[in-house]
Design a protein around this ligand. Sequence first.
Ligand SMILES: Cc1cc2nc3c(=O)[nH]c(=O)nc-3n(C[C@H](O)[C@H](O)[C@H](O)COP(=O)(O)OP(=O)(O)OC[C@H]3O[C@@H](n4cnc5c(N)ncnc54)[C@H](O)[C@@H]3O)c2cc1C
Length: 533
Amino acid sequence: MNHISYAYGKNHFTQDHDLQVILKHYWSDYAEHQIELQEFGEYAGREIYETVYHVDHDARPVLVSHDLDGNRIDRVRLSPAHRSVLKQIAHINRPPYEGGSWHHHYALGYLVGDPGLYCILTITGQTVYAIHKYAPQFSEWKEQLLSGEAYGATWMTESQGGSDLGANEAMATPDGDHWHLTADKYFASGAGLTDYAITTARPVGGKPGPKGLALFLMPRINRDSKLNFHIRRLKDKSATRAVPSGEAELNQSEAYLIGEANQGIYYTLENLTVSRLANTMGAMGTARKAHIEVLERVQRRKAFGNALQAYPLIRRDLTDLAVRLAGGLALSFHAIDKFDHAWDTRPPYTSDYHYARFLTHVAKNRTAEHASAMTAMVMELFGGLGFLEEYSVARWHREALITPIWEGPSNIQALDFLETIHKHHAHETYLAEFVPILEKIGTKTAKIAQYAMETALAQLADLPSEEAQWHAKHVLEQIADATQVALLYTLVPTGGKRYEKLAELYAARFILHEEYPAWAMNDREVWGIGLDA
Ligand SMILES: Cc1cc2nc3c(=O)[nH]c(=O)nc-3n(C[C@H](O)[C@H](O)[C@H](O)COP(=O)(O)OP(=O)(O)OC[C@H]3O[C@@H](n4cnc5c(N)ncnc54)[C@H](O)[C@@H]3O)c2cc1C
């Protein structure tokens, strides 16, 4: 693996200066977990790193339809390395359910980095979340899911609509203490692996649209010890191969109602907040893997007589990576922090929860854009080798490209963001938090960020519905960028002056849309952390 990757064998936690600063800033128990994070960073840089490459290139999950005795099983065969890593990292879903925090879970997810592998943990964690909050009678299944003995899944999408969940045709018929579901779940991650899936269906005679959907918990094996649903096939994907994604056929499949039938869409959206935050970690984690690769590359590769890192334009590109990495990670952990304080609320929810959701849309969308841009940039910085599948770097761009799509593409994030503003006034909580922060900082850049956020939100508030939709994606991005500037400033007491510089660079590039100021060129503290001295 050393021959094809520079990041392999490094400790992905100790290497990551921003992560350490940001965790120290947001997570009150960080000091207690530092050793664990160091050990996990070592594991992430070796076993996880090698295994995800191996699975992607040589050992994709294979669907096995029947066992030797002719029984239909619809199980995936995983490589032993894949199975072993999954077992080793199952524990990362535990912290929030054992008195710990979401910072802990998401920090470990970020170190996993690989969106496919982390997806298995995320959908398992989401199943745990639904049981924990709304179906505690299934706590025995929850423990199996947390211990790595079983896997979960979240099957909502049908062929006629992923974004438009209200178009779900899945039907649910009651039968005593349980239900029978009939559905065709067209994008089903965890297919062939999952033991307990959560899935949406409409109780017979229920309302049309999303409000008529209930959420169900469906085991792979029913109470008669029979296979409860079938997997038609696995999808042939351009990345995320570590998670098998397929099509699930539910034919009178036995399932249990989660919570109350008429609240299903709320539970589903709540669950999506968990996975959208995970998406921010997958996006930034993937980008960081590419960054670790390129930091070594620019020291080793010579062109025109010097190592690449000597050249102004290489330093400019490293500055771009550094700015986006610190900004995106700070934005993600700010959203995670708000979710950590609000996640025990239930429908119709508190304003703190709506605010956590507002920030989640902002972070999900922008980190996915950052990751796509950064991993493409790293490929380019590797030159021709960046395009070759035999080395590890090209894969990170393929992986990053899922992050804008699943858990809701950018238009859906923009529409849901708009809903948190128009229906729940979450922008008022946002301004109440950020305006005083920026006023206190008081620099010219802080004033620019404050002006950007206030004008963007004011513009939306005055628009009729269709025009507000037209502008929503742009505003979502403007808010993300102004927020990142403010958050980078707030890291100064923990991380030092570097974060003030990053705030100024971020604002120049993404709020004023200018080139990064040239003072950064000779400031290794900005772009060169992680390079050898
Ligand atoms: C690898 C992979 C794994 C997946 N795993 C799962 C899973 O486990 N469970 C699951 O439920 N789903 C899963 N999905 C499905 C995924 O969540 C959906 O593909 C995604 O939410 C988009 O839905 P769609 O594909 O139906 O696109 P569509 O809903 O058809 O959207 C197409 C485009 O139209 C845009 N759009 C839609 N409505 C509007 C509107 N009103 N205004 C403006 N633009 C709009 C969208 O933003 C998008 O860009 C997976 C997908 C992939 C690729």
